[in-house]
Design a protein around this ligand. Structure first.
Ligand code: ADP
Ligand code: MG
Ligand code: ZN
Length: 571
């Protein structure tokens, strides 16, 4: 890529840059202007190449800016500049870059153009792709658009999985979609991990994270910092980096015991600290490192290790929690066999656990160490094996997340699952896939789940049509238009499913009910719905959905096989 320097006069125009593209006229807020100024200061070489026009994204570990560069042939080109939080571990950053350089730039995977580094500040420069947020278009997508979207997402997954990359954070925010030009791009390898035989060298070095993005309530920008080490001044190109220090596992974990762990979740509304000052973040990190924070560790069905008793102190402080305490929305009928998050003291051998496969947690189990397994990603998109902390996780977790996206698109609901912690997420999955089925699947990967209430497995077509208000369920259900309005209102606060509502009915709350009364005449919406193809969704779509949402990762369809599914015969 050949840049020609941009004059500093242009650059110093407070973020509102003179340019002949429409981007130039963007009105940016004073805050963003300040951020841009600071960015120029933090990485001065930027100014020689880019005019930073606006901020276009704020993730957990980065801020993304729109930058314009004048190319040597005179053209101006737009780039996305991803500025990583300075506390990101150098190996992490290097691994993210390596995923982009090795696998990116084709097959619907975002490429990388350039990278800037000044001390601990790193900027990844990528081609800019204009895109729409799923939440803005979901109400008007046709079935054909949904089919293509999933096809292209699977294509990206097949491609990265061939390189042994597990993305770990598949969700619409990380799969850019340009509806008009039908372009797609998978971004954000910030949480990626390698399979055992990964071709991405640096993914062999990055340690699995046990506590990651997620655990928060929004399913959007929540996280504990991915950094496991203090800021380092190291070249991202270097591979001989210091080993990562590890955070106590699952600081953001939620399992059953977890209001306490909820508090430890590092949740920042504006996750990127002001350039050059990340005191707060550093403090949070330091705090996390100091406090041992064992949370529930699921008892492995295969290992009935001698049980250990807790100390008196731990026992007296740690009362059993009823599952209902954990779900403010209603009783949470599920828990994993697990222990507490109390700091561990030496446990006496020989005591027998009294709670195995009951719906309570005994003090012995309260004192167990938690099981450590990767939990990266956003709760609503996490696969059952991730939610239950199965240590062997593979590329199948990405397919599950893609399945959740498909479920969302077919039902017209986004986000579909929205959970503040893993157990609620698991309950929500059970609500759709059935509690018995979930328990059975969990058993195959060594996890014992207890559910106090039986939740039946839903028929996926009926479920989606009911929520969408189309197809055969249309007559006695809400119309898409009314539903779209309602879901728009509620999507931010309310998950599509609540643990307390195992029967899945669109009449979920006052707001929705209010909308329902308005839509007795449905003909317009019906016509629209028919035009969008929602009245003729083929069985293959639900078949594929069923295979992507297979609770058992070892039988779950792979991205490569999914692309061969009859649903995509003509593609
Ligand atoms: P994070 O790790 O902080 O989530 P992402 O890489 O997911 O960062 O980027 C955050 C957001 O920035 C994305 O959801 C997207 O809206 C925007 N973005 C990222 N890369 C690009 C790009 N190449 N082109 C356009 N927008 C981008
Ligand atoms: Mg992201
Ligand atoms: Zn027990």
């Amino acid at each position: 890529m050949e840049f020609s320097p941009v004059s500093t006069e242009d650059v110093n125009t407070e973020g509102c840059i003179k340019s002949d593209t429409s981007h130039r006229k963007r009105k940016v807020s004073r805050d963003v202007e300040l951020e841009i100024e600071l960015l120029y200061k933090a990485v001065p070489q930027l100014a020689k190449v880019f005019r930073i026009i606006d901020k276009i994204g704020e993730g957990t570990f980065s801020s993304v800016y729109l930058g314009e560069a004048q190319m040597q042939d005179g053209r101006r080109e737009m780039f996305a500049l991803k500025y990583l939080i300075p506390t990101s571990h150098p190996t992490r950053i290097a691994a993210e870059l390596q995923c982009l350089t090795v696998a990116g730039g084709r097959e619907n995977v975002m490429g990388v153009t350039f990278c800037f580094r000044k001390e601990d500040r790193v900027l990844i420069v990528m081609p800019y792709m204009e895109h729409q947020a799923i939440v803005d278009v979901i109400g008007s997508l046709s079935f054909e658009e949904v089919r293509l979207y999933i096809y292209h997402l699977l294509k990206a997954l097949k491609h990265i999985h061939q390189f042994g990359i597990i993305h770990r954070d598949i969700k619409p925010n990380n799969f850019l979609y340009n509806r008009k030009s039908k372009k797609y791009a998978l971004v954000d390898f910030g949480l990626a991990q390698g399979t055992a035989d990964t071709q991405i060298e640096l993914l062999k070095v990055v340690r699995p994270r046990s506590s990651q993005k997620g655990g928060g309530t929004t399913g959007k920008q929540e996280a504990a910092p991915r950094s496991k080490a203090p800021p380092k001044t190291t070249s991202t190109a270097s591979t001989s980096l210091p080993p990562q220090q590890s955070l106590p596992a699952s600081s953001s974990s939620s399992s059953t015991s977890s209001s306490a762990s909820g508090k430890t979740l590092v949740k920042r509304a504006r996750p990127v600290p002001t350039l050059g000052s990340h005191t707060k973040l550093t403090k949070e990190l330091t705090g996390l490192r100091k406090v041992p924070r064992p949370v529930f560790g699921e008892r492995n069905l295969n290992s009935c290790a001698p049980v250990r008793s807790t100390t008196k102190q731990a026992a007296s402080k740690k009362e059993l929690r009823k599952p209902a305490d954990l779900a403010p929305q209603g009783p949470l009928p599920v828990r994993t066999q697990s222990s507490s998050q109390k700091p561990q003291k030496a446990l006496q051998p020989g005591l027998t656990c009294s709670c195995y496969l009951t719906d309570r947690v005994c003090n012995i189990c309260m004192a167990r160490k938690q099981q450590v397994a990767p939990r990266a990603g956003t709760p609503g998109f996490r696969a059952p094996e991730v939610l239950t902390k199965c240590p062997n996780q593979g590329t199948a977790i990405d397919v599950w997340s893609a399945g959740v996206i498909l479920l969302s698109l077919l039902s017209g609901r986004y986000p579909f699952f929205k959970a503040s912690d893993d157990l609620i997420a698991l309950t929500q999955i059970m609500t759709v896939r059935g509690s018995r089925e979930t328990i059975r699947a969990a058993k195959t990967f060594g996890k014992a789940l207890v559910c106090s209430q039986e939740l039946p497995c839903q028929d996926l077509r009926t479920l989606c049509e009911t929520l969408r208000g189309s197809g055969s369920s249309r007559n006695n259900k809400v119309t898409p238009a009314a539903e779209a309005k309602c879901s728009e209102k509620i999507h931010d606060e309310t998950p599509t499913h609540r643990p307390a509502d195992p029967t899945l009915h669109p009449h979920r709350d006052g707001e929705t009910a209010a909308c329902l009364t308005k839509q007795s005449s449905v003909s317009d919406s019906e016509v629209e719905e028919d035009e969008l193809g929602w009245d003729t969704v083929p069985d293959e779509a639900y078949e594929l959905l069923d295979q992507m949402l297979d609770l058992n990762p070892s039988t779950r369809i792979t991205a490569a096989d999914a692309l061969q599914h009859p649903l995509f015969n003509d593609l």
